[in-house]
Write a protein that binds this ligand. Structure first.
Ligand code: ADP
Length: 333
């Protein structure tokens, strides 16, 4: 169970705004709801900014009431919409963003997103002094200094559900199935889905396993009488890795089918875990912001909600626990 920190004293009533940025993740709505409801409970005014940093620059800033966030806790995606805003990479554009916020009478900004969105928030505060705070929302769980991110648990469960279905076909037809999951530079989804889905082999970007080793694993299984296999493949930097592997396997006489789960992993109703995580991170982010803390992200370490400076988070590679990966492989073979 998550433990809340002892919140520091709130310093006066502040007006705050919230936006979602970068890739969407299930549970972002639960976080928005918590930001709004906790902020209002502390006497703050809360604004919602639509379409991330793009919407901010276009002045898409609207007041939110408690009822504005009713009936959204169970919904995937983000009611505030999200966007990738290329102009936010420019210093003068970030200055303009701070001016827009200040003209609206806003004192602090809550950014729900990933590493890129946090970089934007960090630079905004560093260059203009405008207070920002981040809530980690990404299905990849690839943000440093936090054990968990909003949307990861839901994405993993969605993928495992798909694998359970694929396994029925794989075993009926005696086939090898390569199931490609999300994760360009990080294998957190791959590892968790591989273990939970009982995959025979897990291919993640962090482990540079040779193709011949993967084939040997499959062959070992065949010798033991296995007639079907599920291989979980994190997409890696080059999409279509699973397709290439299937072609290679077919040249060696195996029939291998490919299923790329793609964006199905992003959507859907958040799990109870993600709703809890989003709710408590949302409330904590506001509590910290109202007490004068900023330029930081709220996160989770050993079930405790923590505050970490953006500087310790941004651009830092979160390491996949090697021992879990080795154990996963051991249990699979
Ligand atoms: P995520 O937040 O999920 O990592 P992105 O990397 O796409 O997603 O970043 C989302 C948005 O954050 C970008 O479109 C941009 O507006 C802003 N952003 C990302 N990186 C930077 C940066 N280096 N400087 C300023 N803004 C950035």
């Amino acid at each position: 169970m998550l433990m809340l920190p002892k919140f520091p004293q709130t310093k006066g009533k502040k007006t705050i705004a919230v936006l979602t940025s970068g890739g969407d993740a299930p549970g972002m709505n639960a976080a928005i709801r918590a930001v709004v409801r906790y902020g209002l409970s502390q006497g703050s005014e809360v604004y919602g900014i639509t379409k991330g940093y793009s919407g901010l620059l276009e002045g898409e800033i609207h007041p939110l009431k408690a009822s504005s966030v009713a009936n959204i806790i169970q919904r995937g995606g983000t009611i505030l919409k999200t966007d990738r805003c290329l102009s936010f990479y420019k210093k003068e554009v970030r200055r303009e963003a701070a001016n827009i916020l200040m003209r609206k009478g806003i004192d602090g900004l809550v950014v729900i997103g990933g590493d890129g969105s946090f970089t934007g928030a960090h630079l905004l505060e560093k260059e203009t002094g405008f207070p920002t705070i981040g809530i980690p929302g990404t299905i990849d769980n690839d943000i440093a200094e936090t054990d968990d991110t909003i949307g990861f648990d839901t994405a993993v469960n969605t993928a495992i559900d798909a694998i359970d279905r694929i396994r029925d076909t794989a075993s009926s037809h005696d086939r090898i199935f390569l199931v490609e999951v999300m994760g360009r530079s990080s294998g957190f989804i791959g590892l968790q889905v591989g273990v939970g889905g009982g995959a025979e082999t897990i291919v993640v970007p962090e482990r540079h396993e040779s193709f011949s080793k993967i084939v040997k694993t499959i062959e070992r299984g065949v010798k033991r009488g296995k007639t079907s296999s599920i291989i979980v493949v994190a997409e890696g930097h080059k999409p279509g890795l699973s397709q290439k592997m299937a072609e290679n396997l077919s040249r060696r006489g195996y029939i291998a089918k490919v299923c790329i789960l793609g964006h199905t992993q992003r959507g859907g109703s958040p799990t109870a875990h993600d709703r809890m995580l989003a709710s408590f991170l949302g409330a904590s982010a506001v509590a910290y912001l109202l007490s004068g803390k900023s330029n930081a992200m709220v996160g989770v370490k050993s079930d405790k909600i923590i505050l970490v400076p953006f500087k310790k988070v941004i651009g830092v590679k979160k390491q996949l626990p090697r021992e879990l990966l080795s154990m996963a492989q051991l249990l699979a073979t």
